[in-house]
Design a protein around this ligand. Structure first.
Ligand code: SF4
Length: 370
């Protein structure tokens, strides 16, 4: 079988970067005016040459999003289950070498957190853990999914990459979506940022979406941590990965997220800073390239940016998030994985969405229409 890694190996980071930088205004015009867009068009849309076309890109992105998704924003919330982690990641507050109090929620504590999320109206939850096989391995995750299944119609998970059989087991238990961010497709820099633990295995991580596709996941989420490397080149490789996966596992749905590196206790400064305008450009570029992909924005971004991005291509949003285990009620003072920028409650966010003529959707109905 033709796994993504085989395709990835045919590309050179430096050549891709150069090719993006050499795109011209004519390339951008061609990308905007064709109905069948390819990866060269995506390069043009994320290139510096596309910046003067941002207004036009935003209009096309808005039209395409409304055509496919209507005027709706799917609401989801993260539930951090554990900050135990055996990996060292240079950008994360839960890194093994960060001396913090470690905590993994018990069943009783999870149910206490769930009660708060249900009171906020949530029906789509994103389970998050660090990577610690002894405490938050497959048996723990299986138990959590079984425990919370009655309370949520959509369960997503952002945990360590697993084997295909593990995914199949969790899917059978009720798991719907898995987010697995490559962090960066720059292989040497990946090693620098992940010096210790299972996550240092670049190959195993880049092969994860293939295992998910083969395991029959309903939806998977891709992305990179923006700030680790040149965002344009990293985004091209994400788009290349998405393009491959859509063809290979066409029954699976896909989403893209755009986490920009945020401060945490003892944190890493971004190597490359992406401006707000560039993030808008990237969001619009993904929408114009792939009409059906879901685009998600988290509370890492600030209020003004999140207010303004609603109409430009985003289809999912979190609100009221806590990024520490027990953050909603059990242990609110524990260390967060990263600082939240938009601290508004889900109720306030829902109102803001409605004021823009959009509908906040709490239940992922798509899953029941299949
Ligand atoms: S990013 Fe994930 S794997 Fe890395 S230290 Fe943080 S929790 Fe652990």
């Amino acid at each position: 079988m033709n796994f993504f890694q085989n395709i990835f190996q045919q590309y050179s980071w430096a050549e891709v970067q150069q090719s993006i930088l050499s795109k011209t205004a004519d390339d951008v015009r061609r990308a905007l005016n064709t109905s069948r867009r390819n990866l060269e068009d995506f390069k043009a849309l994320i290139s510096p040459a596309a910046m003067p076309f941002l207004e036009e890109m935003a209009q096309i992105s808005q039209q395409l999003t409304q055509k496919r998704f209507g005027k709706t924003i799917q609401m989801y919330v993260p539930l951090y289950l554990s900050n135990e982690c055996q990996n060292i990641c240079t950008y994360c507050g839960f890194s093994f070498d960060n001396k913090i109090k470690r905590k993994t929620l018990t069943d009783k504590e999870i149910l206490a957190e769930v009660e708060v999320l249900k009171a906020m109206n949530y029906d789509h939850v994103l389970l998050v853990t660090g990577e610690a096989n002894q405490t938050v391995g497959v048996p723990y995750l299986k138990n959590v999914i079984k425990l919370i299944r009655p309370f949520f119609s959509h369960i997503s998970m952002e945990v360590q990459p697993l084997d295909e059989t593990d995914y199949s087991e969790l899917i059978a238990e009720g798991l719907n979506t898995v987010l697995v961010y490559q962090e960066t497709y720059h292989q040497e820099d990946y090693k620098l940022h992940h010096p210790k633990g299972k996550k240092s295995n670049f190959e195993y991580r880049i092969q994860t979406p293939d295992r998910l596709g083969k395991g029959g996941i309903y939806k998977m989420g891709l992305g990179v941590l923006i700030g680790l490397e040149d965002w344009r080149t990293d985004s091209f490789f994400t788009a290349l990965h998405l393009d491959y996966l859509e063809k290979q596992y066409w029954q699976t749905k896909y989403s893209i997220s755009f986490p920009r590196l945020r401060p945490f206790s003892g944190g890493l400064e971004p190597k490359v800073v992406m401006s707000d305008a560039e993030l808008v450009q990237l969001i619009c570029a993904y929408r114009i390239f792939k009409e059906e992909v879901e685009l998600s924005i988290s509370t890492r971004e600030n209020e003004i940016f999140r207010n303004n991005i609603i109409k430009l291509g985003i289809t999912a949003m979190s609100a009221g998030s806590k990024t520490n285990p027990g953050g909603y009620v059990v242990e609110p003072a524990s260390l967060e994985q990263f600082e939240i920028s938009d601290e508004r409650s889900p109720e306030v966010i829902a109102k803001m969405i409605e004021q823009q003529g959009y509908e906040p959707v709490w239940k992922d109905w798509i899953i029941f229409s299949e």
